[in-house]
Design a protein around this ligand. Structure first.
Ligand SMILES: C[S@@+](CC[C@H](N)C(=O)[O-])C[C@H]1O[C@@H](n2cnc3c(N)ncnc32)[C@H](O)[C@@H]1O
Length: 217
């Protein structure tokens, strides 16, 4: 298990905390349904329009190079939403095989057509795949949406279905100030920790892959 930021080429958009902190409890409830309002409603309760813009190409390239992925390898994205990352894996590694899973029927229904056949609705803590199915299992910005026991199970599931590599990203904070910003920003997280807290969770889950945090600054 080691910390490395494979999202370091992802364009950093400054989070507009002021706009988000006005979110009311009922907007958070709406966001947690991960339906149209979360993906394609207004910014106060989610993405404010979750559209493909090619930004995952550089992430897929980074992972291809870091893990040495090639045609024939199989990659799973847990919390794949509309399938943007798995789409871009297919662009940068012709012949790679992909799968995605997401709790949101809305996201899967509105997924990119080219990858829709590879995506299923399901939960991160009960992955419908046999042990050791994938060369790489990725989960970005997703497992914190489960309450702690299920979050631990979700991370253990990544380990179970991955035969070689795993990469996990979650939000975190290193100080009271960052924690406070995170609380003002986040809409859907049920589990969150500082880096030491997350490392304890990763150990509990038996996680042996790479991981990184995104800090709300
Ligand atoms: C912040 S979005 C991240 C989407 C994508 N990974 C990205 O980074 O753009 C969180 C995603 O987690 C999904 N999600 C929430 N709870 C989940 C669960 N229990 N199992 C699988 N996916 C879940 C949501 O539907 C949503 O697509």
């Amino acid at each position: 298990m080691r910390e490395i930021d494979l999202l370091d080429r992802y364009p950093r958009v400054r989070r507009n905390i002021a706009a988000r902190e006005a979110a009311k409890p009922h907007q958070r409830e709406i966001a947690r349904k991960f339906g149209r309002e979360y993906f394609d409603g207004d910014r106060g309760q989610g993405y404010g329009g979750y559209r493909y813009d090619g930004r995952w190409v550089t992430i897929a390239e980074r992972m291809r190079d870091f893990y040495g992925l090639k045609a024939g390898d199989v990659v799973l994205d847990v919390g794949c939403a509309k399938g943007f990352l798995v789409h871009d894996f297919r662009q940068v590694i012709p012949g790679i095989r992909v799968a995605g899973i997401d709790l949101s029927p809305y996201a899967i229904e509105h997924a990119m057509l080219e990858v829709k056949p590879y995506l299923v609705v399901g939960s991160a803590d009960a992955l419908p795949y046999p042990d050791g199915t994938f060369d790489l299992v990725i989960s970005i910005n997703t497992v914190h949406n489960l309450e702690l026991p299920r979050c631990v199970r979700a991370i253990a599931e990544m380990e179970r279905v991955g035969r070689r590599f795993k990469y996990l990203q979650v939000d975190s904070y290193r100080s009271d100030e960052e924690h406070e910003k995170f609380e003002r920003w986040q809409l859907t997280a049920l589990t969150h920790f500082d880096p030491d807290g997350w490392r304890t969770v990763l150990r509990q889950a038996g996680y042996a892959g790479e991981y990184s945090w995104t800090i709300t600054e």
